[in-house]
Write a protein that binds this ligand. Structure first.
Ligand code: KIV
Ligand code: ZN
Length: 498
């Protein structure tokens, strides 16, 4: 029997506290819907008393997001609790998250108070929140630096007052994983009534240990993890949702499983990153651009032989299409051959050797070897000589107040065929003519024209992606005439179908 790990997402509350990353209500609803699709159990939608915007966001999210519990944060202040309860009025399932600082730092320097007073305020805020909602989560702010005996006393009292979840935040990201785990275990073993509440972790990343501390907390008895997408949050951020989820999923023997639809992880990460203007570092675990990209020859060869040689997660499980093989000067023949075959070039050993030599020369000069570079390397190897379709002649008529027309002559298997078509411009007309000449159905999926430099006499580079019977083929060409480059790129892709 495995235990459920509740995922409490606080991207829209603690995550959104990052300076310059604030979202408007419409954007928050968009993120909330994505979190719902991802399958989070609890969605902390805001701190309603903090601003009218935050209040409104909690109201609107409560109206449209119906699966997760919608949670609103408060301080241990009656007014905060009343406002939070009001903001949650449309929520199907609602929770108030209230609490107070329990470390001696907070007690002395924030509240100018004493432990007994703080204990009473903790009890009072839970009792007050219980008047409005059944589900009340209590947080002991700075629990990471709170002495365990006092923390246990507070937690026992708030559970007796009705708290359903007790949150043990490492607010300053100070704890070591074994300390944090021991703290959770201490509470499990020393708090009367602890079985009546769920213990939650809420770890910050000031020393880069948020995920490690969260996992240690879970191993020692916590069953809710408070996390954010991409680990965003003020200072060094919060615990990252995707890391905790994939750790628990890939370590099934721990028997504590989150109910997250992991295939949506990458998509959700990208959405949050772009709406919040917070780029994800390329080497970020699970969702970074390089998380499944292999660049050294030994690793590339190993992954191509058997993915699990160098990957513990199947990229498809987190919404990444496939592992990528980054071609650099350290790549071997296996990687080059693999990439060429994905581009439609199936070369024999001698040809690969020749292209590999050219590739190494280029890779020494250029950091970023792109598909079009490989096309040129492979194309100049003679492979293109064998192409069945060649452009013999192209004439276009276009301009203002003129119906665009194109006449294309193709050499197909040694014979010439011509066709004239019209379209919405010279490129469209030419593509239409080609469509009539070749016997393959295709759909243009992507068409991109780029100039190499800035002059009007520049070479235009055209990339095209076409679809034929569910498969995708890439074509590339460069020419000072962009219509010719477009036609050649399309022919390049068509030859790969053949
Ligand atoms: O880090 C923290 O202690 C918090 C609480 C308000 C839950 O964010
Ligand atoms: Zn926090």
């Amino acid at each position: 029997m495995s235990d459920k790990l509740y995922i409490f997402d606080t991207t829209l509350r603690d995550g959104e506290q990052v300076p310059g990353c604030q979202l408007n209500t419409v954007e928050k609803i968009e993120v909330a819907k994505a979190l719902d699709l991802l399958g989070v159990d609890v969605l902390e939608a805001g701190f309603p008393v903090s601003s009218p915007g935050d209040f409104q966001s909690v109201v609107e999210i409560s109206k449209v997001v119906k699966n997760p519990v919608i949670c609103a944060l408060t301080r241990a202040i009656e007014k905060d609790i009343e406002v939070a309860a009001d903001s949650l009025r449309y929520a199907k399932r609602k929770r108030i998250h209230t609490g107070i600082g329990t470390s001696d730092y907070h007690i002395k320097f924030k509240f100018n108070s004493n432990r007994e007073d703080i204990l009473q305020r903790a009890i009072a805020c839970v009792k007050y929140a219980k008047k409005f909602v059944e589900d009340v989560e209590f947080y002991a702010e700075d629990a990471g630096r709170t002495e365990n005996e006092y923390l246990a006393q507070v937690i026992e009292a708030v559970i007796a007052a009705g708290a359903t979840v007790v949150n043990i935040p490492d607010t300053t990201g100070y704890c070591l994983p074994d300390e944090f785990g021991a703290k959770i275990r201490f509470l499990k073993e020393n708090v009367n009534g602890i079985e009546n509440a769920i213990i939650s972790t809420h770890c910050h990343n000031d020393l880069g240990m948020a995920t490690a501390n969260t996992i240690s907390g879970i191993i020692n008895g916590a069953r809710q993890a408070e996390v954010t997408i991409n680990g965003i949050g003020e200072r060094a951020g919060n615990t990252s949702l995707e890391e905790v989820v994939m750790i628990m999923k890939s370590r099934k023997h721990l028997g504590i499983v989150p109910g997250i639809r992991t295939k949506h992880l990458l998509k959700t990460s990208r959405m949050v990153s772009s709406l919040m203007n917070m780029p994800v570092q390329p080497n970020k675990a699970i969702v970074g651009r390089n998380a499944f990209s292999h660049s050294s020859g030994i690793h590339q060869d190993g992954v191509l032989k058997y993915r699990e040689n160098y990957e513990i997660i199947d990229p498809i499980d987190v919404g990444v299409n496939e592992s990528s093989i980054a071609l650099t000067a350290r790549s071997g023949r296996a990687a080059l051959k693999h990439r060429l075959s994905m581009l439609g070039y199936h070369l024999g050993k001698e040809q690969v050797d020749l292209v590999y030599k050219r590739f190494l020369d280029l890779a020494d000069k250029k950091k970023d070897i792109r598909d079009e570079d490989l096309e040129i390397l492979a194309g100049s190897n003679g492979n293109k000589k064998n192409k069945k379709v060649k452009l013999e002649h192209l004439q276009v008529l276009c301009g203002k107040s003129t119906v665009p027309m194109a006449t294309v002559t193709l050499n197909i298997n040694g014979e010439s065929f011509s066709h004239t078509s019209s379209g919405n411009g010279p490129v469209d007309s030419s593509f239409e003519a080609i469509r009539q000449l070749v016997h393959h159905q295709f759909r243009v999926e992507e068409y991109l024209v780029q100039a190499i430099t800035k002059g009007s006499d520049d070479i235009g580079k055209v990339h095209i992606q076409i679809e034929n019977k569910g498969k995708y083929y890439y074509g590339f060409s460069g020419n000072t005439d962009v219509v010719t480059a477009s036609v050649e790129a399309l022919i390049d892709a068509i030859n790969k179908i053949i």
